[in-house]
Design a protein around this ligand. Structure first.
Ligand code: 2BA
Length: 110
């Protein structure tokens, strides 16, 4: 068995969970926050048998879209008094999805 940890955008999470559940996958949803944007995202835990792993990943790929998001970066400004900083907008492309696939030693329900 494998554990897929899928970090997805909040906008895609509801449709993704529905599709996975329709296809018989077990899903746990966690509300998480991305370290870079400091914005909410969703992490899904999927325990899947190895023979269905590609199917699960394919569903994630088909639902999760990449989107552009604006954030601000900070830099020190030369020519201005020491310790002063300027912020400027930066565009980042977020997603589709970030996936980690781990091997599961034991899967128990007690
Ligand atoms: P965030 O950390 O909020 O990152 C959002 C997006 O910002 C990233 O999209 C990437 O395009 C950009 N980004 C992240 N770190 C950056 C940096 N140091 N410099 C410039 N741009 C940066 P994704 O790569 O699609 O990641 C989406 C979310 O997936 C991340 O949200 C984070 O929650 C998670 N993630 C991505 N890579 C990860 C990793 N190696 N380990 C743990 N979580 C990860």
């Amino acid at each position: 068995m494998k554990l897929i940890i899928a970090i997805v955008q909040d906008e895609d999470s509801s449709r993704l969970i529905s599709k996975l559940m329709q296809q018989g996958f077990g899903v746990t949803k966690l509300a998480t926050t991305g370290g870079f944007l400091r914005a909410g995202n969703t992490t899904l835990l999927l325990g899947v048998n190895e023979d269905r792993m590609d199917e699960a990943i394919h569903i994630v790929e088909s639902v999760c879209k990449s989107r552009k998001q604006m954030t601000t970066a900070t830099t020190s400004v030369s020519g201005i008094a020491h310790g002063e900083y300027s912020t400027y907008p930066v565009e980042v492309t977020v997603g589709g999805a970030t996936l980690f696939v781990l091997s599961v030693d034991h899967f128990l329900k007690v």
